[in-house]
Design a protein around this ligand. Structure first.
Ligand code: CS2
Length: 510
């Protein structure tokens, strides 16, 4: 059966919805991508199914209208396809009450955030969507989109601008409280988002700034949260799978691994859905879980993606099946990321590591190295600097964090005449043009590392001052170009080490 010969997914199709009635809206979500639709939407569906509540979600896509259009054509529904080697499970959450595109309808974003019925505004806009300067954690005031939003009240382009304008509307009209919930892979994401929102508000005219800051301080809350689920991009494979097994056409199914985790700080000024019904954990130690996840999972993921891409691996499972890459991944996780993590009480790191490797080995999922490798210029800043600086300060050299940086640069900004292969070519990155110019001006890895790390501060101000780390990264770029990933892993010390899980590890707080 091909999707085109089948009836379209709709709310009238018997047997697919656990509730017939759609909830009334109570949340606005910015960033209607696959991750939100396989994560928060599923927890919300479970919460409404067990506890009820007007917690429907108005989904806002930033620029593309593909997902909102497809959702409207399918009664706001889509299928989450949970994929494991044992088979696939389908579920159709019924939580979205509307969907639209911010770029086409900027007034409407402000209006829905400002609406009294909205009690939570959540975000999955990626690391890139916060328009901040990683070195300082402050808003990037050179960014044209931020400058535009500060100067134009009615047509905000950035999530931070949209939220502040929506909060101003609330302050001017009904004054009702609202929670802003970041669900992005950023350390301390609640505080980070609050800081950016306050900073934007403080740059408005003096009267507006005073009123808006008072509203933010008295009528909003910003819980931190750690989100985790591997969610690849949708392909025709998944559309065909849904058609063959569920018997309807869904143009926007979301593939996801079975594992899912959400740790949330319970700080919701205007109430919240009973997300614990879907397995969310409310905790006071979100920071510990965030560090654990952003470094051990996301940081190691980056190394697997770049070394895999340079070895010709299309997917993460193909990459991690390579014994040298598995060893390098275990080593960076244990020896270079873990020492900087304040491991939350009750977490068994050995079990966490084994669970990560079994998730990464999920061959059925087809998670591509090019997807994880995309946006490295923003992701790596969250993952590498702090653990690297800590090891350097203790007199060590984080060889594998330098290798992650070197492999990233070899993929995105190869030196003249070097072809890093099709997976590297498929990686998207906002800094690709800048980094390619640096590569074209460099005659060696040493020069490239010096340009991008010391001059352009790719990994922030502090690492820009670490000549030893920059030199090591440069040497590894040269080895990758001259002799390939296996030689570079040997150069970084991986194969001569004992099996990483047998290493004694010191766990300390940062
Ligand atoms: C990945 C994440 O693309 C990436 O950088 O590390 O998207 C990862 O799959 C998720 O954070 C898992 O929760």
């Amino acid at each position: 059966m091909t999707p085109s010969s089948l009836p379209r997914l709709s709310a009238h199709r018997p047997g697919i919805l656990r509730r017939q009635a759609a909830p009334a809206p109570g949340m606005v979500h910015l960033g209607l991508g696959n991750f939100h639709r396989a994560h928060q939407a599923i927890y919300t569906d479970a919460a409404i199914a067990s506890h009820g509540g007007d917690w429907g979600i108005i989904g806002v896509s930033s620029r593309s209208s593909a997902i909102p259009d497809a959702m409207h054509a399918q009664d706001m529904l889509y299928t989450v396809v949970e994929i494991s080697p044992e088979g696939s499970n389908f579920s159709v959450p019924r939580v979205h009450t509307d969907a639209f595109t911010a770029a086409n309808d900027p007034d409407r974003v402000v209006q829905v955030i400002g609406d009294a019925a909205t009690r939570i505004v959540s975000l999955t806009v990626t690391e890139n969507g916060y328009h901040y300067t990683p070195a300082t954690g402050s808003l990037n005031l050179q960014d044209p989109a931020i400058r535009h939003d500060l100067a134009n009240a009615g047509t905000s382009r950035t999530p931070i601008g949209q939220i502040v304008r929506g909060l101003q509307q609330r302050a001017r009209t009904h004054g009702g409280p609202v929670t802003i919930l970041s669900c992005d892979n950023l350390a301390d994401n609640g505080h980070h988002t609050r800081r950016l929102i306050r900073e934007f508000a403080s740059l408005l005219s003096p009267t507006e700034a005073t009123e808006t800051l008072a509203f933010i301080d008295n009528c909003t809350s910003f819980p931190s949260s750690m989100v985790d689920r591997i969610v690849p991009a949708t392909t025709d494979h998944y559309r065909n799978l849904v058609a063959a097994q569920a018997g309807y056409a869904d143009s926007i199914p979301v593939p996801a691994e079975p594992f899912t985790m959400w740790i949330v700080e319970d700080n919701f000024i205007a109430g919240r859905p009973a997300w614990e019904a879907g397995g969310a954990v409310f905790s006071n130690d979100v920071a510990g879980y965030e560090q654990l996840k952003v470094r051990l999972l996301n940081g190691t993921h980056s190394l697997i993606a770049y070394l895999g891409a340079l070895s010709g691996a299309v997917t993460i499972p193909d990459s991690v099946a390579h014994p040298h890459i598995e060893l390098a991944a275990r080593s960076v996780l244990r020896d270079e990321y873990l020492p900087s993590v304040a491991v939350p009480a009750g977490v068994d790191v050995d079990a966490y590591e084994e669970q990560l490797f079994s998730r990464w080995r999920n061959t059925a999922l087809g998670h591509r190295t090019s997807q994880v490798g995309s946006d490295g210029s923003v992701k790596l800043r969250q993952r590498i600097p702090l653990p690297a600086l800590q090891l350097l300060a203790n007199g060590g050299m984080p060889h594998l964090l330098a290798l992650t940086t070197a492999a990233y640069l070899t993929c995105i900004a190869p030196l003249n005449g070097f072809d890093p292969g099709p997976q590297a070519a498929a990686m998207e990155d906002p800094a690709r043009a800048l980094l390619s110019t640096s590569a074209a001006q460099s005659r060696s890895g040493q020069e490239l590392a010096q340009r991008v790390l010391a001059e352009h501060h790719l990994l922030g101000d502090k690492l820009a001052g670490r000549a030893d780390f920059i030199k090591r990264t440069g040497e590894l770029i040269d080895t990758l170009h001259a002799h390939g990933p296996i030689a570079a892993m040997a150069d970084a010390g991986t194969p001569s080490r004992p099996h990483a899980s047998s290493l004694q590890t010191t766990r300390s707080t940062p």
